[in-house]
Design a protein around this ligand. Structure first.
Ligand code: ISE
Length: 338
């Protein structure tokens, strides 16, 4: 298909490889035309599942070869800036995995570079917004059918984390998702954040202090708590209970076949975000591809949302390290993003 969107996937680690398979097998109107990855072995392995892809070590090389129409950035967050800037300078539409960048100062630099273009070109990969149950809950909030939203009670549980996962990542790598999705659900920005430590789980690696309870206040008065827990062992679970003035709604519980056997009743639970949010990722990439092909370029969280989350993460890490209630104060939104 000649008018397919030619996507360059930057980074062929676990997330990049997952997106390559998704684009090749489950997304219409696009294919992977380049795998951009400095590790030649990894690049070659990833390119095997993308028959039309060339491999490049740097995005500059793929741009010079005219090999890509759009970039999907899936390298770790600290490497986003040096990929985002040349991609923006080339005027490419971009889907950038979370976070936009690891801090608000570099996020502002990205916003500045993007504003030299005619319109927003960056979508940030906060995939929860594309999960069908999250979307239903947002519709319920907006409709007012259960009255007014007053609280959100969230749980974000990982079975375990790799050795590379260190204390600030509880916020920067994990609660980063709630910092995006909570204001989107509740229709109100974050005002402050506080972190409390639970009794230490004996299964928690020694370098970490968790589980934590993250308490957020929104500008409209909605109160949010997030149990952030990365040593639960049993599986991967992300749930939200929404407390309304006239009812309660709950999302994220295990779905599908229920088995009664041996005096037990049960359903399968996820063990990873890649399966828990598989449908969300598929929807996210399909909607991005459709938006780019229509010329809209973005259909989801944009770089401004990425900046807001970077500010919230900085406050969250201050709360994690220093305690207390930390205000979340952001710059004024440029008209470019309205
Ligand atoms: C991971 O990077 C993710 O983005 C997952 O969604 C999250 O649940 C996990 O805690 C993070 O480490």
């Amino acid at each position: 298909m000649t008018n397919d969107l030619r996507i360059g996937v930057v980074g062929a680690g676990a997330m990049g490889a997952d997106h390559i398979a998704r684009i090749e097998h489950r997304v219409a109107g696009a294919h992977v035309s380049a795998v951009i990855e400095p590790d030649a072995g990894r690049a070659a392995a990833a390119a095997e599942s993308a028959p039309m892809a060339q491999t490049f070590a740097r995005i500059e090389d793929a741009l010079a070869a005219g090999a890509i129409d759009a970039a999907l950035i899936a390298v770790p967050g600290q490497f986003h800036l040096p990929v985002l800037i040349p991609a923006l300078e080339a005027g490419l539409p971009i889907l950038c995995e979370k976070p936009l960048t690891p801090d608000s100062e570099t996020s502002l630099r990205v916003l500045e570079a993007e504003q030299k273009l005619d319109k927003p070109h960056i979508q940030v990969g906060f995939m929860r917004r594309f999960d069908p149950e999250y979307a239903q809950l947002r519709e319920l909030v907006e409709s007012g059918d259960a009255g007014e939203l007053v609280m959100l009670r969230c749980a974000h549980r990982n079975p375990s984390v790799p050795d590379s996962y260190v204390q600030p990542m509880l916020i920067n790598d994990s609660v980063v998702h709630e910092f995006d999705v909570v204001p989107w659900l509740a229709g109100s920005p974050l005002k402050s954040v506080e972190v409390k430590f639970a009794r230490q789980n004996p299964r928690t690696p020694e370098r970490l202090r968790e589980p934590i309870l993250v308490i957020m206040e929104l500008a409209n008065g909605v109160l949010v708590d997030v149990e952030m827990n990365v040593s639960v062992q049993f599986g991967y679970q992300v749930t939200t209970e929404a407390v309304f003035s006239e009812g309660i709604a709950r999302i994220g519980d295990p779905q599908g076949l229920t088995l009664w056997q041996g005096a037990r009743v049960g359903r399968r639970e996820h063990t990873s975000f890649t399966t828990r949010f598989a449908e969300a990722y598929d929807n996210e990439i399909q909607r991005w591809v459709d938006a780019v092909r229509r010329g809209d370029l973005v259909d989801g969280p944009n770089a401004w949302d990425g900046y807001l989350v970077a500010v919230a993460c900085e406050a969250g890490v201050r709360a994690l390290e220093g305690g207390g209630v930390q205000p979340i104060e952001t710059a004024d939104r440029p008209a470019f993003y309205s």
